[in-house]
Design a protein around this ligand. Structure first.
Ligand code: SF4
Length: 361
């Protein structure tokens, strides 16, 4: 199929009304806010990310404000958004801009790309929206639109596919303004050529769309790798002493949820264990004699779906006369302090659904 990118580009830009889908970051030129919105919206739906964007802008109106914020405060504000490496990189990049670059974002693609957490897509978006660089964005939306429009079965998730689609999007952009083109193709992917539903009858590109004429719209785009998921069982020990204190620790290892807090954890791969089985589990914290605890209850399983993992968490509550102040890597804190700490969503849900009997917040 011969592709006329000038037809594609002209129809797309003619269709696009920049006033549609108003968002607080659309049309602005401030690289800090554009960067913030792009980082927050990676792998996140707009409806979910929008309140986070507003909260971040209110708390930290400038990159210097964000750079000066304590890590725990930023993690708390990020709580619930997932993919916590983004929050850690957000802070690193803000500090780099503030302390090493004189408070100014780089104005070229390579400089933007060198910021922690900024990949090809984000650098292209900031570059085009803030500085009018001729950098087309290539994300899941754009892969899908191009694969469908050209009826291409080239897999999008390997090196060859990425190079192939990069050439296509550069041809599609041509000499148009990347700022206008990127906004148009993003809005088009979000409203017309969407993953689960393609509104082909209302599509301005329908007359020249390859997948529409071939009847392959919902077979595209193609991925080579199918996602393999593992299931992990987390048994959390919610231990509370007479002084209303509990044990928690910050996750520091290279794993999910780094930088977030959690209760003492026993992880298993097999079926969910009863509280009585845990007391004899090799990972039971040796400095807490199980016989001195009073078992209160176990929660039903809480599930959290991550990209590659399914987490099943069960919370086992115990009361204790006394708890050790120095259980490896844990700290003993008052229950009221839990409200100030950032937890994975599965723990926040448990705390929020049980706040009455836990006497929280
Ligand atoms: S015709 Fe359908 S599949 Fe083709 S670009 Fe438009 S919405 Fe997407």
């Amino acid at each position: 199929m011969d592709i006329s990118w000038s037809i594609f580009r002209t129809a797309l830009l003619k269709w696009h009304n920049p006033e549609d889908r108003p968002m607080p970051w659309k049309g602005i030129r401030d690289p800090y806010r554009i960067w913030l919105s792009e980082v927050i919206l990676q792998q996140t739906r707009v409806e979910q990310g929008l309140p986070y964007y507003n909260r971040f802008v209110a708390a930290y109106p400038t990159v210097q404000d964000l750079a000066a914020a304590p890590d725990d405060e930023v993690m708390k504000l990020w709580e619930g958004l997932g993919y916590y490496s983004r929050a850690r990189n957000l802070l690193k990049a803000a500090r780099m801009v503030s302390q090493e670059l004189g408070g100014e974002f780089p104005r070229d693609y390579n400089g933007l790309r060198a910021l922690p957490g900024v990949g090809d897509y984000t650098a292209a978006a900031i570059g085009s929206f803030a500085f009018d660089l001729p950098t087309p964005v290539l994300d899941g939306n754009v892969f899908r639109i191009l694969a469908r429009y050209t009826n291409s079965f080239q897999p999008i998730d390997d090196g060859a596919g990425k190079r192939y689609f990069k050439e296509l999007v550069e041809a599609a952009l041509g000499s148009a303004s990347a700022r206008k083109f990127n906004q148009a193709i993003m809005d088009f992917g979000a409203t017309v050529c969407t993953p689960k539903r393609a509104y082909c009858t209302q599509c301005p590109l329908a007359f020249s769309c390859g997948a529409r004429s071939a009847g392959t719209v919902y077979e595209l785009p193609v991925k080579r790798k199918t996602l393999k998921r593992t299931t992990r069982h987390f048994h959390y020990l919610v231990l509370r002493d007479q002084g209303d204190r509990c044990l928690i620790r910050r996750r520091e290892e290279k794993d999910i949820w780094r930088g977030l807090y959690e209760f003492p954890l026993i992880e298993t791969t097999g079926p969910i264990l009863q509280a009585s089985d845990l007391a004899v589990h090799p990972d039971w914290p040796g400095s807490i004699p199980a016989r001195e605890l009073q078992f209160l209850r176990s929660s039903p399983p809480y599930k959290q779906q991550l990209t590659h993992q399914t987490i099943i968490a069960v919370f086992h509550e115990f009361s204790a006369a006394d708890l050790p102040t120095a259980l490896k890597a844990h700290q003993l804190i008052n229950y009221k302090m839990l409200a100030k700490m950032a937890f994975p969503r599965v723990i926040t849900r448990f705390l929020s659904e049980n706040r009455l009997h836990l006497d929280l917040f």
